[in-house]
Design a protein around this ligand. Structure first.
Ligand code: KG4
Ligand code: ZN
Length: 349
């Protein structure tokens, strides 16, 4: 019964090309909701961040995250509707992150989205979180169209893709061990800078110099490796301590940041040149990094490549990007999800 009504609504939306989507994101430590029109226009976006809750543990505690999502999901969604000046009856479809992420955390958002879809007989769209990060670029640049090269750099993913259409991509390469964001987080932890590590390293790096030669690990093709760089930083710190030498935290951060970022941008530019793509998009939390943004800006300008990096609030986890990707799946994908939709904690790209 539900699926018949939802399918009928989906077909109408698809033929009109128009949809106002309520999007829900709860994969990690942000409870977020947004209202997005036609995949490109953010009518509202509300993010409740759990950072303060997890800080004292030095990282995200899954059970604490799930409980907090449960407490905040209702008011977050209502707040997004209110900010958009809308009510549930103005919504055409519900998009929700189904993976990858922490399973308990994902379940909170998915249960909320299913309940809303069922109550309103609305089409439900399960969204891959990382594809959501990529789709943030369609909001950042309303004229952006595939194909383009996309560098994905988040806490759990580091990959280079050729995005060939709104719903398809070709994997060019990626990390063979740690993700770039994970390396920022681990190095920050070793330096006692706390969680989240990326912003803390960036802040410290502003006061330092790139004067320690950490290795820029070169793998073949478009692959990356971060465990060697992380180990090099840890070894440097241990050696300095053993020698009774000084550890200049800002210098370590500035040097690590350059080693971690340069290789990403070099390979992303190479991919654009080799594939003759004129646009590079960057996606995921690490794309908020100011050195990465500056380096990508310079490298793209020198190589005649158009660069698209979302504004900071769309780089880290948010629901607007889930609404953008939900629209792509609705209009160009294989159809809507039924209420049997489940979470997929290890969902791949
Ligand atoms: O995309 P995201 O918000 O969540 C995942 O989907 O993983 O990415 C989080 C990652 C964390 O590793 C965080 O340290 C990193 O993005 N990050 C940064 C910055 N802001 C967030 N890394 C470097 N510089 C930043 N300014
Ligand atoms: Zn993310």
């Amino acid at each position: 019964m539900y699926i018949d009504t939802a399918t009928e609504k989906y077909q109408k939306l698809k033929s009109s090309g128009q949809a106002v989507i309520l999007a829900i994101e709860s994969s990690c430590d942000e409870t977020a909701a947004a209202v997005v029109k036609n995949g490109r226009e953010v009518l509202s976006s509300h993010i409740y961040t759990q950072i303060e809750l997890h800080k004292k543990f030095g990282g995200v505690v899954p059970e604490v995250a799930s409980r907090s999502h449960t407490e905040k999901i209702n008011e977050t969604a209502e707040s997004a509707l209110q900010k958009a000046g809308m009510s549930f009856t103005d919504i055409d479809a519900i998009a929700v992150t189904m993976g990858a992420g922490l399973n308990g955390a994902l379940l909170v958002g998915l249960s909320y989205a299913k309940a809303a879809a069922l109550a309103l007989s609305l089409p439900l769209i399960g969204v891959n979180h990382i594809r959501g990060h990529i789709a943030a670029n369609y909001i950042a640049d309303r004229e952006l169209k595939p194909p383009f090269v996309c560098l994905v750099v988040s806490g759990g993913h580091t990959a280079l893709l050729e995005v060939t259409s709104y719903c398809a991509h070709r994997y060019l390469g990626g990390t063979v061990d740690d993700a770039a964001g994970e390396a920022f987080d681990k190095v920050a932890r070793v330096l006692g800078l706390g969680y989240p590590g990326g912003p803390a390293i960036q802040r410290a790096a502003r006061l330092g110099q790139n004067n320690i030669a950490f290795p820029k690990i070169q793998l073949k093709g478009y692959d990356f490796s971060y465990s060697g760089l992380k180990t090099a930083v840890i070894n440097y710190i241990h050696n300095q301590k053993q020698k009774g030498g000084e550890i200049n935290v800002p210098d370590v951060c500035a040097s690590f940041q350059v080693a971690a970022v340069d290789i990403l941008i070099e390979k992303a530019v190479l991919a654009c040149r080799e594939l003759k793509q004129s646009t590079l998009c960057v996606a995921g939390g690490v794309s908020a990094n100011e050195y990465l943004r500056e380096k990508a800006g310079r490298a793209c300008a020198e190589n005649g490549i158009k660069l698209c990096i979302p504004p900071l609030e769309l780089c880290t986890d948010n629901a607007a990007m889930i609404g953008a990707e939900g629209y792509n799946k609705l209009m160009y994908g294989e159809g809507i999800s039924g209420l049997e939709l489940n979470t997929a904690a290890s969902l791949r790209l």
